[in-house]
Design a protein around this ligand. Structure first.
Ligand code: 5GP
Ligand code: MN
Length: 335
């Protein structure tokens, strides 16, 4: 479903009638969550609005891949987010629980604008700008800026480009439409260093990551019988792995992209233990025959059709068997 015209009108009205706006994105922000939030934040600040941006997970650190983005000075720790914001805008967040320790602000804010593209979005805002067909939340933000008559400066284009390439896998995924490329052309025309942005996201990691990848990949398992014979490849990133290699959870986002190259498996999964809370964050990808977004919803998580996740309080073995069970009965999508 795309957003209705009335939602756009309401969203523009909300943003135009507030001179103080609080922005939040999902816990453990990725390039689209952070990029879409910073883009709107910069645009609002440029127009004289008091803006702050945050997310509700610890440690409150900008992942290294995004450390050179403009607008990071808008960020405040979760504890500094007003207890009852006048206008709260959420980015790339499919459900309230994904706001972590900031989830309560949805109830205390006077108005909540939800900007998102998750198929599993629960429409928890007073106004919901949700477009499941948008390749990234950042795409919706650009349309919003256009409708508000705000300029797309190079400072804004950089975080938008970050969201766009994160969620399209650098223009490789099915969500990459002609309009995605047209938007990319618009962004490049502002003079952004797209080469540097891409390198920071895809081609830069601490040397320790190579070592961690070695361990994680060497214990990966291929289960050809799983998913009704379509195959599952999976591995784990333990708290010990992270400690041994001196890495954070945000450093290992790319592990799933290595595992999912396995030709023999339709579905890939990485079970990552969060050293902060001991919970297992499960990342799942499919190649087009299984709706892993729906699958993860049934396991308490959410996401997109071919990229999704859930969080598990169970031990690793229990989590894997719950996943296997759900995959065994998952309906196959038409080819
Ligand atoms: P990733 O595997 O890159 O962390 O996440 C892939 C997609 O699944 C993202 O759109 C993300 O928002 C969603 N996702 C990942 N983990 C969770 C989770 O624990 N709960 C929910 N609701 N969505 C998740
Ligand atoms: Mn997204």
């Amino acid at each position: 479903m795309t957003a209705a015209e009335a939602d756009w009108t309401e969203a523009v009205r909300l943003l135009s009638s507030h001179d103080d706006v609080t922005l939040v994105c999902h816990v453990g922000p990725d390039g689209d969550a952070l990029g879409s939030m910073l883009a709107l934040g910069i645009a609002l600040r440029d127009k004289g609005v008091a803006v702050r941006a945050s997310w509700g997970s610890r440690p409150f650190e900008v992942p290294a891949a995004y450390a050179a983005l403009p607008g990071l000075d808008l960020l405040v720790e979760a504890a500094e987010v007003p207890a009852a914001p006048a206008l709260l805008v959420t980015f790339d967040t499919g459900s309230v629980d994904r706001l972590g320790v900031l989830a309560d602000r949805v109830g205390t804010a006077d108005a909540v604008l939800v900007i998102d593209h998750h198929t599993t979005n629960t429409r928890f805002g007073t106004v919901n700008l949700v477009d499941e067909r948008a390749a990234a939340t950042a795409v919706i933000v650009v349309e919003l800026l256009d409708r508000m008559g705000l300029p797309l400066t190079a400072e804004i284009a950089a975080p938008v480009y970050t969201g766009l390439i994160t969620d399209t896998g650098s223009f490789k995924y099915a969500a990459t439409t002609p309009s995605v490329h047209e938007l990319a052309a618009r962004l490049l025309a502002t003079g952004i260093r797209h080469d540097v942005i891409s390198r920071d996201i895809w081609d830069t990691a601490p040397f320790a990551y190579v070592g961690l990848l070695g361990s994680v990949c060497s214990r990966a398992e291929l289960d050809s019988d799983a998913v009704n014979g379509l195959g599952l490849v999976w591995s784990t990133v333990t708290a010990e792995d992270l400690q041994l290699h001196g890495l954070a959870l945000s450093d290992v986002e790319g592990v799933i992209d290595v595992l999912r190259t396995s030709r023999e498996a339709e579905v890939a999964a990485v079970l990552k233990t969060d050293p902060e809370d001991g919970l297992i964050k499960v990342s799942i990808r499919s190649k087009g025959q299984i709706d892993v977004g729906a699958l993860c919803s049934s396991l308490g998580g959410g996401g997109h059709r071919f990229a999704a996740g859930f969080t598990s309080a169970d031990p690793c073995e229990v989590t894997v068997s719950r996943l296997r069970e759900a995959l065994a009965t998952a309906p196959h999508l038409p080819a």
